[in-house]
Design a protein around this ligand. Structure first.
Ligand SMILES: NC(=O)CCC(=O)C(=O)O
Length: 266
């Protein structure tokens, strides 16, 4: 399975409309990949909180959904189009990832469960998603998560219980916590014996330097590919039969003790 992670530079000088056109062309350049992945909130910037309201769009027929549906169709690829600020029919905002099939259909969407910002930004401007989402695509099962979700291993367990073999994590991760990004992506791969595709943004927006350093991590924690800090297309080949063999030969997931009680204070 050939994957391409497009680590997009979110430059506030570039309009979302212009960036959408540029990203669509970049997706077009990945024809032949089985899955192309984009980062979190790349049309607006994950930290551009002041612009969330104005950039909110429909997940079915907003400008990003339409452009990415057409990009997936013309390249003939599965496209995880990163996330958008979704305006829900009731007016609420969500940080919503979109997965398009090679015919351009919106096959699945995931609303970020863990909102970042504590008492500001996304955490107060957006509503939380309530569901873990897995989806069979490109001859595997994808598990969907977004950025800050990386810090919550229990979400990833739900994805693995749902059959996920490839965990797709679009992000807008700040450079100042780059060490956490790498450690968490590798840990989620090892503990879940799954591939992790962690696709971040590049550049600086809203005064927050982005980490870049998108990662493709194998189920044993080996980093198969890592981007630099700038805009880049990162490619890798995932060996899905080897993943199944690895889970058989090192069956740690089967040793989970879901029956064990909570820790007791003594
Ligand atoms: N966009 C985000 O979710 C940022 C997460 C982050 O900065 C962190 O977990 O650290």
């Amino acid at each position: 399975m050939r994957v391409s992670l497009l680590q997009i530079d979110v430059d506030p000088q570039e309009s979302p409309q212009s960036r959408r056109g540029r990203v669509a062309a970049l997706v077009g350049g990945q024809a032949g990949a089985d899955l192309v992945v984009l980062p979190e909130l790349w049309p607006v910037g994950a930290f551009a909180f002041d612009d969330f309201e104005a950039s909110a769009e429909s997940r079915t027929d907003g400008p990003t959904a339409r452009a990415m549906s057409e990009a997936a169709r013309s390249a003939g690829v599965w496209l995880h189009a990163g996330s958008i600020v979704e305006r829900a029919p009731d007016g609420g905002l969500f940080n919503t990832s979109l997965l398009f099939a090679p015919d351009g259909e919106l096959a699945a969407y995931y609303r970020k469960v863990h909102r970042f910002g504590f008492d500001r930004g996304e955490a107060v401007l957006m509503s939380p998603g309530e569901e873990a989402v897995t989806f069979a695509a490109a001859d595997t099962v994808l598990g969907l998560a977004t950025c800050y979700d990386l810090r919550f291993p229990e979400l990833f367990r739900l994805l693995v219980d749902g059959g996920a073999q490839v965990l797709v994590v679009p992000a807008g991760w700040p450079a100042r916590r780059g060490a956490h990004w790498r450690a968490l992506a590798v840990a989620r791969a090892i503990e879940n014996q799954a591939y992790v595709l962690a696709c971040g943004t590049a550049g600086t927006h809203a005064g927050v330097e982005q980490n870049g350093h998108s990662l493709v991590v194998a189920p044993d924690g080996a980093v198969l590919a890592e981007a630099g800090p700038g805009e880049e297309a990162l490619t890798a080949v995932l060996d899905l039969p080897a993943l199944a063999e690895y889970r058989e030969s090192f069956p740690a997931l089967k040793d989970r003790r879901l029956d064990a009680g909570r820790a007791q204070g003594r």
